[in-house]
Write a protein of this length. Structure first.
Lengths: 204, 204
DNA sequence: GCAGAGTGTTTTACTCGTAAAACACCTGCT
DNA sequence: AGCAGGTGTTTTACGAGTAAAACACTCTGC
């Protein structure tokens, strides 16, 4: 939906680039599913479910399926500018985290901040330091701990990419007018607070 | 997305379970980033960026970052009911697609419908048919083509899971009231139509 | 009829992420 | 001191997805 596909929400049975996987979304090797008249892809899936199981409350699909599908499509779109810089998104996330916090971070902190596993961060840091975008130094109090920081090249790269990326994203979102964007950001924020409170700690 | 992390949108530098990766979201081995006061995780990241780059238009992050983070959190939450049935989401997507369309599908059609690559579908079908949830037969006109359908066991499994899954999703979304949910579904639908039109075919 | 182009599906080689184990080190207790 | 238990990081083994190549087959035009 990592963004796998799955369907609208979990129960959609493939609403596209949604839940399970992170989902493909460009259709990949296979062509796009052809924009359906009468709504988005999710609406079509919902209609199919309702036809097969008339009693079903498909409400959750309309939100979860769409969130997942949007995430999949956006992710794909967003990859373009980063790819030009030779970075994957998880790699950029590491760099961005270091840049926005403004100080050195330990691998554990980076893992928490990027919602990644420690092992994944270890691998990314290895690649990024081989490319000279990041540097490490050991803590001298506690020799288990490492401190990671951006090199000048890393910092410059982030500062170059960020405006490009935001501009690109702006263009991608342009289909929605200003008020719609604000309303959407607001509602997603509300939902996110709930989800982070509920799922962030413990397990629902 | 898992929603990996990435940041708010692509340019957030890790807003969590967002763009690049599909992102982790439960914090995994590392603990959760601790719910921040003054908004969701994305709001915190946005504030950090604005402090470092005051001129930046962080608008896109507030939507894209949140969509990605929501997708990541929801994906994780949704996994629970499926896991109990011993299915991954991409696997369930295949079954669900067959169920909701109501007829046999070829592997290519399944790939299009689930936004997966053909290779991924091949693997999933292999596993599902080993478990007796799905059956294949060859087309007798065109011997390249296969037709896949649910077995009775597969159909029953889907029909058992769907209501559980939707109920679970309903509970997860309960933090938002009915009006909020409708508004959110509506706005996401609008955005999705734009994205599917723009990104679905060709490349932006 | 038969080459050549095209399509549906599978295989191959590879990348990346994860979970769990392994390490390395600190800390508190005795 | 010395050891038990805990924490930070890396390594290992593996599963899953992808892109590209390989297959298998059909169709078109000559």
């Amino acid at each position: 939906m990592t963004a796998g596909s799955g369907g609208t929400g979990a129960a959609d049975g493939a609403v596209g680039g949604t839940v399970t996987g992170t989902g493909r979304l460009d259709g990949g090797p296979a062509g796009p599913p052809a924009p359906v008249n009468g709504g988005d892809t999710v609406a079509k899936v919902v209609r199919q479910w309702r036809a097969v199981h008339p009693g079903l409350d498909t409400g959750p699909m309309e939100i979860i399926g769409r969130v997942n599908r949007c995430a999949a499509l956006l992710q794909q779109a967003e990859d373009a500018p980063l790819r030009r810089a030779g970075l994957t998104r998880p790699e950029f996330d590491v760099l961005g985290t270091l840049r926005r916090t403004g100080h050195e971070l330990t691998p554990s902190e980076i893992a928490r901040e990027t919602f990644s596993s420690g092992a994944a961060v270890t691998k990314r840091l290895k690649q990024l330091s081989e490319r000279g975008l990041v540097e490490r130094r050991g803590d001298d109090r506690d020799r288990r701990v490492a401190h990671v920081r951006l090199t000048d090249a890393g910092r410059d790269l982030v500062d170059t990419i960020i405006p490009e990326q935001l501009g690109y994203e702006s263009a991608v979102l342009a289909g929605l007018d200003g008020a719609g964007q604000r309303a959407l950001a607001e509602l997603l924020g509300e939902l996110l607070i709930q989800l982070e409170g509920r799922l962030g700690s413990s397990h629902l």
